[in-house]
Write a protein that binds this ligand. Structure first.
Ligand SMILES: [Zn+2]
Ligand SMILES: [Zn+2]
Length: 128
């Protein structure tokens, strides 16, 4: 199967944006439960034209309804919109759910080629 390429655009959140994520999270129903905030986002959508926003999961709300907090951003800029939304409801068989936001642009996550692994450290413990 010929898999599509993921966008992979990366944005590192500034402290101001992280504060905005915290504030958006606090507006969610059930606020007060622990949440996880991603401070570096990588767009998992299918590669898209510049007039389509990048979109990525920014805060996982752990069992709150309706879902998690997703950030949308353009180019290299900081996210301009934070949205509470569910994951895409499409599934590729019972064991394979789409990991993108609902109503996302482009192909579902299982149709996208995962990024190639990138070794970040030299192998250690192998010196003679
Ligand atoms: Zn993107
Ligand atoms: Zn999908």
């Amino acid at each position: 199967m010929n898999r599509q390429t993921a966008c992979g655009a990366v944005v590192q959140l500034t402290l101001d944006t992280i504060t905005a994520v915290r504030q958006a999270t606090a507006l969610s129903g059930g606020a007060g439960l622990p949440e996880l905030i991603h401070t570096v986002l990588r767009c998992p959508l299918q590669r898209h034209p510049a007039d389509v926003d990048h979109q990525a999961l920014v805060s996982e709300l752990f069992a709150r309804a309706p879902g998690d907090i997703w950030a949308a951003w353009a180019g290299q800029r900081q996210p301009h919109t934070l949205t509470e939304a569910d994951y895409c409801t499409a599934e590729n068989g019972p064991a394979s759910l789409c990991l993108l936001v609902e109503r996302h642009h482009g192909a579902h996550s299982w149709e996208l080629a995962p990024p190639a692994p990138r070794q970040l450290t030299a192998a250690w413990g192998t010196a003679a």
